[in-house]
Design a protein around this ligand. Structure first.
Ligand code: PGA
Length: 281
């Protein structure tokens, strides 16, 4: 059975421990009655441990924003899976378009990090996605296949079952450095459905249908309270990786509540107010 996974990708947006703890606690409070959706946030590395202490015994989980493929050593500027574990991280983001396209990370490195994360029982959230130019050239399938093969081909069934895949078309990520010349917009439901279908089919071919059905494929790129319902209602979309809209409880919670409702949770019986983009309790 797949579960909804909703992750907050905080990037380098919340830069102090105090602010990170405050937002994390608000989110943790907001999701206290939600049991069917797995929710994580990814504060900056310096804030992970204090945030973990402040959300103990809540349903909110933590993710590292990246990690290195060695446990320890002379690797200036890198972070170890052991440090992520020390800060109670359950997930780690790998292969995000920002490290891929701004800092030049390639599939081979991403794969080695992913294997290291799995060694330590940290669930990798493997991000994949094509640029606007690649889409224009009709290379979306090829790019997705390439990124999937490059990082998860040949994994064992028990390894692959620990992974979450995030389809994040680069052109939809609200980031001017990634998209200097193109209009940034969320994928339409049709575009997202197609790409998630391509990803699911690849997983079926590689790992067989029963395993492929169990792997959450979440969508990322300008997801917000306005478009979440439509995107999350699509069969092969099992959640979201949310950047800008995960930085405040007001924007993040409605998305999580949609997912909870779609998985049949009664306890989130709120009225959606489309003017304020909030649930009225
Ligand atoms: P965005 O970021 O929601 O701000 O577009 C998503 C991501 O980069 O994971």
């Amino acid at each position: 059975m797949r579960r909804y996974v909703i992750g907050g990708n905080w990037k380098m947006q919340v830069v102090t421990v105090d602010e990170s703890v405050k937002i994390a606690q608000e989110i943790a409070r907001g999701i206290s009655s939600i049991s069917t959706v797995e929710v994580f946030i990814s504060p900056s590395f310096n804030s992970l441990y204090p945030v973990s202490q402040s959300i103990k015994e809540t349903r909110l989980h933590l993710a590292g924003q990246n990690m290195y493929n060695h446990d320890k050593g002379a690797f200036t500027g890198q972070i170890s899976a052991l440090s992520l574990l020390d800060a109670n991280c359950r997930y780690v983001l790998l292969g995000h378009s920002e490290p891929r396209r701004i800092f030049g990370e390639q599939d081979k490195l991403i794969r080695s990090k992913l294997l290291k994360a799995l060694d330590h029982n940290i669930s990798p959230v493997l991000c994949i996605g094509e640029t606007a130019r690649e889409r224009e050239l009709d290379q979306t399938t090829e790019i997705l296949h390439q990124q999937l093969s490059g990082s998860i081909k040949g994994l064992t069934p028990s390894q692959i079952r620990q992974i979450v895949i995030a389809y994040e078309p680069v052109w939809a990520i609200n980031n001017k450095f990634l998209n200097p010349d193109t209009e940034i917009r969320p994928a339409t439901p049709v575009e997202a459905k197609e790409a998630h279908g391509i990803t699911r089919d690849w997983l079926r071919n590689e790992f067989g249908a029963p395993t492929a059905e169990d792997i959450p494929i979440i969508y990322g790129g300008s997801m917000n309270a306005k478009n979440a319902k439509e995107l999350l209602s699509i069969d092969d979309i099992d959640g979201g990786l949310i950047g800008g809209a995960s930085l405040s409880v007001d924007k993040f919670l409605p998305i999580i509540q949609f997912a909870a409702r779609l998985s049949g949770e009664e306890s989130t019986d709120y009225q959606w107010d489309s003017n304020t983009l909030r649930f009225k309790e």
